[in-house]
Design a binder for this molecule. Structure first.
Ligand code: CUA
Length: 389
């Protein structure tokens, strides 16, 4: 018995470093420790400042406790030690020292909070972030562009995220960009009442693909409400907005800028982009191809009622699918954007994302009956969608 205990003890001891070393791997796409914005670095520095102060206090207190417990332990036959009551010097000291430490924590923190809440600059790129159960809508009012789940951002330009929700509370969090902010339902504002728009303002300084995640429990598929920031070169960003059929929009007064009257305003069409831009957004499939078949099905079946493809369809209940082929995932991070998974999604979205509002081929969803698409039709639609890039 003793032998077995010591063996499991040895196993435990040898496993402990393994557990700690497991944290030293390199592939953490959602780490907060490698921020690509000043905002993120500032948050990080506040974290490490607090962390190291508290670690210092922890070590000091623990060492003293162990030392005194050992040094002044009870010994047999020892007389009762002298009883002490009150020591002004000591009490003064242990009040002043923590107060000074609190100052070292509080001053940078308060300064950091003000820096992180600074209003956006005049030429910031406004991106409206709208949380839906369970996907993300992104609108670029300055360009008349709308997209879903993957937010494309230019490197080096300040971004003003303006966030609200179409249903319940969500939370917008792309760890490597920094910040995590609640995305609150936005009821039609009453007379004289402020809007419930949350902001995050920061400037991505590195190109790449940065994963994020809804960070507030919002229902059955909260865990499958993912998003990503795609940070690109500024010229590439301009090309992307053009590809998305967008054109720079006339500036609107600051107080109403981009903040729509209601969620329903998404139904209001943006200024019509030039036909050439739309054609670029949505290339016409070759006649007779599987893509052409898919397009024909997409526009004539229930798909069109909920999804927009710029220049093709105009539904607004579901994610905008313009340029869908360029996305990395289907279903807001549910599965990789491969032919197989896109077909699986169209066939039965609820098997991949419980509670999804989209109906499947043989299953009702979101108040709509099954789409009754055959496997061949599903294949054609998936092929068409994946060709949009
Ligand atoms: Cu949206 Cu959790």
């Amino acid at each position: 018995m003793v032998f077995r205990t010591s063996r499991s003890f040895r196993a435990l001891v040898s496993l402990t470093p393994a557990v700690f070393l497991a944290a030293c791997g390199s592939d953490y796409p959602q780490t907060t420790f490698e921020p690509i914005t000043y905002f993120g670095r500032l948050q990080n520095s506040l974290f490490s400042n607090t962390f190291w102060w508290t670690i210092g206090i922890l070590v000091l207190v623990e060492v003293l406790i162990v030392f005194f417990a050992y040094r002044y332990r009870e010994r047999p036959g020892q007389p009762k030690p002298k009883q002490i009551h009150g020591n002004v010097k000591l009490e003064f000291l242990w009040t002043v020292i923590p107060a000074v430490i609190v100052l070292f924590l509080a001053i940078p923190t308060i300064r950091g909070i003000f820096e992180m809440q600074a209003p956006p600059s005049e030429d910031a790129l406004v991106v409206e972030v709208i949380g839906h159960q369970w996907w993300w809508e992104f609108r670029y009012p300055q360009y008349g562009v709308s997209t879903a789940n993957e937010v494309v951002l230019p490197r080096g330009r300040e971004i003003d995220f303006q966030m609200y929700s179409a249903d319940v509370i969500h939370s917008f969090w792309i760890p490597r960009l920094g910040g995590k902010r609640d995305v609150n339902p936005q009821p039609r504002p009453r007379e004289g009442e402020g809007r419930r728009i949350n902001h995050l303002v920061y400037t991505p300084q590195e190109e790449g693909y940065f994963l994020g995640q809804c960070a507030e429990f919002c229902g059955a598929s909260h865990a499958i409400m993912r998003m990503a920031a795609v940070v690109v070169d500024p010229a590439e960003f301009e090309a992307w907005t053009a590809r998305m059929g967008g054109t720079p929009q006339p500036a609107v007064p600051q107080d109403t800028q981009s903040v729509r009257d209601t969620i329903g305003a998404s139904q209001r069409p943006a200024a019509a982009p030039p036909a050439a831009a739309v054609a670029q957004a949505t290339p016409e499939p070759a006649p007779g191809s599987l893509e052409a078949q898919g397009k024909q099905l997409f526009t004539s079946r229930p798909c069109a009622a909920c999804h927009t493809i710029k220049g093709v369809t105009g539904g607004v209940l579901g994610p905008n699918l313009t340029n869908f082929g360029a996305r990395h995932y289907v279903g807001a991070g549910a599965k990789p954007n491969t032919q197989e998974w896109v077909e699986a999604w169209i066939r039965d979205p609820q098997s991949l994302k419980p509670g999804a509002l989209m109906p499947g081929a043989h299953r009702a969803g979101g108040g709509m009956g099954p789409t009754n698409l055959s496997d061949e039709e599903v294949r054609a639609i998936a092929t068409y969608l994946r060709s949009l890039k």
